[in-house]
Design a binder for this molecule. Structure first.
Ligand code: SF4
Ligand code: F3S
Length: 109
C-alpha cells in the first residue's frame, strides 16, 4: 500500500507534508510533490499536515483521483524529481488555486 498526492497539490505545493515523513518519500517537481510508493510505509502521518487535504491512502482515493496513483509512482521515480526533506513554504500564488478543481493540465514535469 502507499499514500498518494492528488490534484489539490498542483499549483499549491505547500510542502508541510515532508516534515513528518520518516522515509523521505516526497519528491519535488516544479508545482507538485509525488510520493514514492516503494518508500512509503503507510504511516499516514503526512495526511493531516496537508492544508488542502491532497493526500489519501491508495485505498481511499476518490474515484476521480485514481489516476494519481500511477502518476505519483512515475513522477517520484524520475531522476530529476529529487527528495524534499524540509518544508519550504507554498508556491507564491497558492491562494488563488485553493479549491480550484482539475489542475492536471497545469502539472509541470
Ligand atoms: Fe511518508 Fe508516512 Fe506519508 Fe508514506 S504515509 S508518505 S511514509 S508520512
Ligand atoms: Fe502538496 Fe499538501 Fe504536501 S499541497 S506539497 S501534499 S502539504
Amino acid at each position: 500500500m502507499t499514500f498518494v498526492v492528488t490534484d489539490a497539490c498542483i499549483q499549491c505545493r505547500h510542502t508541510d507534508c515532508v516534515d513528518v515523513c520518516p522515509m523521505s518519500c516526497f519528491h519535488e517537481g516544479p508545482n507538485f510533490l509525488a510520493i514514492n510508493p516503494d518508500q512509503c510505509i503507510d504511516c499516514s502521518m503526512c495526511v493531516p499536515l496537508c492544508p488542502v487535504g491532497a493526500i489519501y491512502s491508495e485505498h481511499d482515493l476518490p474515484a476521480d483521483q485514481r489516476h494519481f496513483l500511477a502518476l505519483n509512482a512515475e513522477l517520484s521515480r524520475r531522476p530529476d524529481w529529487l527528495p524534499l526533506m524540509q518544508a519550504k513554504g507554498p508556491l507564491p500564488d497558492h491562494a488563488q488555486w485553493a479549491g480550484h478543481p482539475d489542475r492536471l493540465s497545469l502539472l509541470r514535469r
